[in-house]
Design a protein around this ligand. Sequence first.
Ligand code: PLP
Length: 395
Amino acid sequence: MKNIYFDNSATTKLDEEVLKEMMPYLTEDYGNASSIYRLGRESRKAIEEAREKIAKAINCEPNEIYFTSGGSEADNTIIRGVAYQYKNKGNHIITSQIEHPAVLETCKQLEKEGFEVSYIGVDEKGRVKLEELQNAIKPETILITIMFTNNEIGTIQPIAEIGKIAKEHQIIFHTDSVQAVGTLDIDVEKMNIDSLSMSAHKFYGPKGIGALYVRKGVLFQKFMNGGHQERNRRAGTENTAAIVGMGKAIELAYEQAEDHRNKLSKLRDYYISQIQEKIPYIKINGDPENGLPGLSNISFRFIEGEGILLNLDLKGICASSGSACTSGSLDPSHVLLAIGLPHEIAHGSIRISIGKYNTKEEVDYLIEQLVEIVGRLRAMSPLYEEFVKKDIKIF
Ligand SMILES: *Cc1c(COP(=O)(O)O)cnc(C)c1O
């Protein structure tokens, strides 16, 4: 059966044009970028060209970009690196309750090591409470780390405002931008961003490659020891092919960004309006109007998200209950709890993330299948039966 893929926030399909650009570096041009002969210099040149493309996309200097193995490594590197570097200045970090585990787990680890972390709450749409953030700042605060866009509900944070607050207090500001890069316009100068993480496989590039931007002057302790690669901050022979792919992917993404956003928003809005029309007792989570185009998170009352997903899978449809990183866990999503959903409603939620290869026909098929699956699961649900009985009593 053909896969109908609606999990583009988990990962995306490699663009054919990106693969084409990568191929020479997987075959003939295999030189080590640190070697002095021509074959090595070719790799070095390709890496530096990719670095320039990435820097241009977010408006920073190429020498402020460090290649990593992905978003998780970039987040770990800067949060730990800044904490250790500046621990004599202060031991306090501010983050939010809805971060990706790459940030949350790193902060929890630092708490065990004696750092203090404030986890700022969000409103019912998933926006970080700015007043709470302001009030959490103290003389010991060395880092604010707030994601650009949430990966489960798509809410876009007021990044420029947070950047301004951080700058006023001379606190380093990092943003996990893995969901935003390639789709949203980002300008680290205008937004006062000191550090930012991204990952190529979220914008039709290869897996296992990402980048960390760090503003000149912001110091961080490295955690990978070895060779002198990446200006001595990240040891290990460069993954030339993946880096080249990432450069091509980001270039393509920003050439197409506006069309891409329009297409995705249109399909997402169509999906949401059809579900609203055809399925009762649902809740739209996040803030679709001001959220990541293409992403929707809907709670279907009285049933389990896992049940919906298994049934969608039988029909060849790939979707998820929030984040690939929490699947397999029975706990409801920390993001849905943070926006105030009760456990039983959070459990009945699924995320549909539409990407550039999806068509309206696929969305229609998804809607048709969801109507059937939700109806069938509800018919078997004791919770629903009880609810319907109560309803009848009322009238
Ligand atoms: C996917 C994702 C990550 C992790 O990136 P990897 O490249 O898979 O390590 C981090 N943060 C967010 C918001 C993500 O969506």
